[in-house]
Design a protein around this ligand. Structure first.
Ligand code: COA
Length: 158
């Protein structure tokens, strides 16, 4: 059956949708304020929804990070990417990531970084990231137990 995947912006009216998607897909829970900050202008938040046949089923949330003392952005950090389980494997996660890559390039940013469980890092590696290895205690700080997080890095080519 043919399907259509489209991307759209975060607005005050649909803020609750990314909260819901993340809450059922991710082991980490974030509070409302964390999402609300994404709407602040000029703060370097990069958020996009993906729609499957008009239904919002996925979202990516990232931030432009500028290191202290630096004039220009250092990298983009992915806070979250999540696709509702029933809609995985349709290329939706890839489409959201492709959007982020293009957004990063328009800002002349050369790197995208993230952390994830080994399983999600395998997905990032499939998308061209390198697995930078385990980060001890990363999830413990967020009150989670289990395996350590892996860091992943994508170097963008211009
Ligand atoms: C990781 C996630 C975002 C991937 O989204 P998705 O829409 O299912 O991924 P896509 O369909 O775009 O996958 C693209 C390719 O990666 C492959 N792939 C999917 N899941 C994979 C995995 N866990 N490991 C390796 N490859 C994977 C697909 O088969 C596809 O391959 P192809 O291009 O050869 O056909 C989704 O599984 C998810 O939301 N997981 C739970 C939340 C999570 O772990 N998020 C990441 C940490 S924040």
């Amino acid at each position: 059956m043919p399907f259509k995947i489209a991307l759209d912006d975060l607005t005050p009216n649909n803020l609750g949708v990314i909260e819901k998607i993340n809450s059922v897909c991710l082991p980490v829970q974030f509070d409302h304020q964390w999402y609300k900050e994404s709407l602040e202008e000029n703060q370097g938040h990069l958020v996009k929804y993906a729609f499957f046949n008009e239904l919002p089923v996925a979202a990516i949330k990232a931030r432009v990070i500028t290191k202290k003392g630096h004039a220009s952005p250092s990298f983009v950090y992915i806070d979250s990417i999540a696709v509702l389980e029933a809609y995985r494997g349709y290329g939706i996660g890839k489409k959201l990531l492709d959007w982020l890559v293009e957004e990063s390039k328009t800002r002349f940013i050369h790197k995208i970084q993230c952390h994830g469980w080994k399983e999600s890092v395998d997905w990032y590696v499939k998308q061209g990231f390198t697995n930078e290895g385990e980060v001890k205690g990363y999830y413990e700080k967020q009150g989670l137990t289990g395996d350590d997080a892996n860091a992943a890095l994508l170097s963008l080519e211009f």
